[in-house]
Design a protein. Sequence first.
Length: 269
Amino acid sequence: MKQVNFKRVAVQHFLSVGEEPVVVDFNKGLHVITGINKDKPDRRNAIGKSTIADSIYFAIFGDTLRELKKDLIPNNITGGKTHVELDFEVVTAKETNKYTVIRHLNPSKVLIFKDGIDITRDSIANTNKFICDVTSATPSIFQNCVIMTVNNAVPFMAKSKIEKRKFIEDIFGMEVFSQMLAQLRVEYNDLKRDHDIVQATLIEVKNQNNNYVKQKEAALTRRDEKKLVYAERKDNNIIEKERLNTKLKEFEDEDTSKIEERIGTILIR
């Protein structure tokens, strides 16, 4: 079990905070942030209370709760280099470690120290990811569990099913299930694509086989028809042969001697 305790935040040239740094120390218990509106002393609005929450969020994630563009984050009056420094400790069952995150704008830079030792990663992106890993925080968890505002916090029951699942996974460090689901979807899509290819090939082979079967059946039908024609011709030829043989026998039995005598008589005349 990990516990993250914010200890101190120091802000300068950040949103409504100008040249004079604002430092807030956090102790155990409830903290009430108030102040004086120097332009309108009778009011307590627009004095930078939200800036404190934004500064903590900015130190961890490099952004603001109001999702302002980077060029709108520095104080537009002082024009100085934005500086936010956040001290916090991470308590586990084995040990307690103290961390400090320092983030600048103009130019953009982020540093992280663990027990006084610089452990900044090789890029801002990798350092941002490392800070989120150290604090076990995501923007969703931070906005819905650490600092909740009307504009940023969405009630759990008002979230969509996917948002609810993602929120629970973030809180309990169960992102592995989303990763597994994403991997399964990739594998499913790959298998489905392979299945579709095989299915299309199978359909093509079946169509070709059906065509071959039809061609074979047509050839067999033509062969049978020809066999019937040839058989009929054979029968007709046998009948004709018998008829010719019968007629031939009639000529063979004929006595030609009388014909020969008549022919001779005619020739003598």
